[in-house]
Design a protein. Sequence first.
Length: 202
Amino acid sequence: MKEGNNMPKRINDTKLRKQQILKSARKVFLEKGFQGATIDDIAKEEGVVRGTILYHYKNKEHLMEAVLEDDKEALAPLLTSLVTQHEIPVIKRIDKMFALCEEYIVNEREETGQYKENAAETRFLLDQMRLKNFYRQAEELAALLEEGAKTGELVAENPMIQAASAMFAVFGITGTDISPKELKTELQIIKEQLLSSCGNDR
């Protein structure tokens, strides 16, 4: 809650302050687009003075880069956890990764569904965020395919190519206007095609 209309919110923890700024910046960028958003808009949303924003982020471009990186890192702990849970069969972990993708896409749509005025710019910004996650997910999925090949669960001759192809297909449906049920079906098809290419027909 803001402490009055023009009163900066007092947050002494630098890391927390930067996270709060990124949250506000993400909202403003989605609402107004990168070109339409200003540092003053973000400062107003955050409830601080312009100088506070520029103290932590030197300009709007730097802030945008940080927003994109922060969005990517939000999934990182969950993906890393999946890859390192070696006691769970690889195929079950791949199932969980696709379930995580579905949850991410659904949550993203709920968050951004209200931003209609700058649809083109919002779509562009979302694509940049998705691309960051796409590369991270492809790397983690490739690691699972490699592990599956070593344990004999899968046959993966080109893990990175196979993983990238699957994640690119996921990326391709994120911007489509389909229902949650259709999304689940499409993700299931992509996953089955991936596993089939790795010698596992379920």
